[in-house]
Design a protein around this ligand. Sequence first.
Ligand SMILES: NC(=O)c1ccc[n+]([C@@H]2O[C@H](COP(=O)([O-])OP(=O)(O)OC[C@H]3O[C@@H](n4cnc5c(N)ncnc54)[C@H](O)[C@@H]3O)[C@@H](O)[C@H]2O)c1
Length: 321
Amino acid sequence: MKILITGAAGFVGQLLATELLNDGNSEVVLADVIKPPIPTSCKYPKKASSIKVDLLTGASDVITEDLDAVFVFHGIMSAGSEENFELGITVNIDSSRALLDAIRQKRPGIRVIYASSQAVYGLPLPETVDESIVPTPQSSYGAEKLVCETLINEYTRRGFIDGFALRFPTISVRPGRPTAAASSFLSGMIREPLNGVPCVIPVVDRSFVSWICSPKTLVANLKHALTVASDLLPPHIRIVNLPGIGVSVQDMMNALSEIAGPDILKLLSEEEQPALKEILYSWPTKFDNARAYSMGFKPDQSFVETVKDFQFSMKISNAAL
Ligand SMILES: NC(=O)c1ccc[n+]([C@@H]2O[C@H](COP(=O)([O-])OP(=O)(O)OC[C@H]3O[C@@H](n4cnc5c(N)ncnc54)[C@H](O)[C@@H]3O)[C@@H](O)[C@H]2O)c1
């Protein structure tokens, strides 16, 4: 199977590429505006190729007639799209449409998995959210994701692609550095203390709940999306809220303390940041993932497992240094 990943220099693209290149069943083409590195920690790096391309102008260069599937991950994230409207709308909408058109013309009907987000939702929200709730995004990023979801529905209805738009929960625990995203602390409050570094939690209410998914479960669900039968959803309804779990700030602190001992909590402090609070409290905190479960997508077992997995991956990458 030959699989293209766009935005492959990014966090999710690198994770998925590593996983696909470990099982050896796929040839993987990595495409990004920054030349994507071929993951070194995988078993079959020779099955990967890397292309530097701006998908706004070069989408048709990456669509070849031997492709079997495309993961659409490239884009400008939430803080970037809010800061620069033109950039967000051109990259997130125009380049995605150019990519879909290139697939329609050069390799029609293949599986396309589009990375959407729970950021399509905005207030007011019911207590429990599912795909029947009308998204009312409160960010440019969420609005751009919603436009692309509609394109995925329409291109699939017309038979141009066999698409799914998967709405990701917030991914935690994410390796690397803090980002400008409002959700950054949801990884930072675990990752930083485990690295001996302090982290400020920008909400003081420890009962504040976030809907999250571990990188490991996300990648397993993305791989599953390659094999999901197309007719599990009607051709004009291709949207799935990927499973997450609701975890409060207190739950996260408890998990950290269970894995690394109570003293580690001394590295955490709490300080309300009103600008972030407004964004964080506009996100859904509870989903009914029945559609995803019926299609075979899986949730995390618990946040404690997520922290254990993260700690294990830290040990492996430290050993490799
Ligand atoms: N990470 C999360 O928590 C999360 C949550 C919900 C949805 N998502 C979605 O998943 C996808 C992947 O997320 P991520 O965390 O890996 O993002 P990321 O920011 O790490 O990666 C995005 C990549 O897109 C590339 N890119 C930007 N403009 C481009 C262009 N014109 N042409 C080609 N490449 C371009 C960037 O260089 C970058 O490497 C995104 O679409 C994101 O919206 C992520």
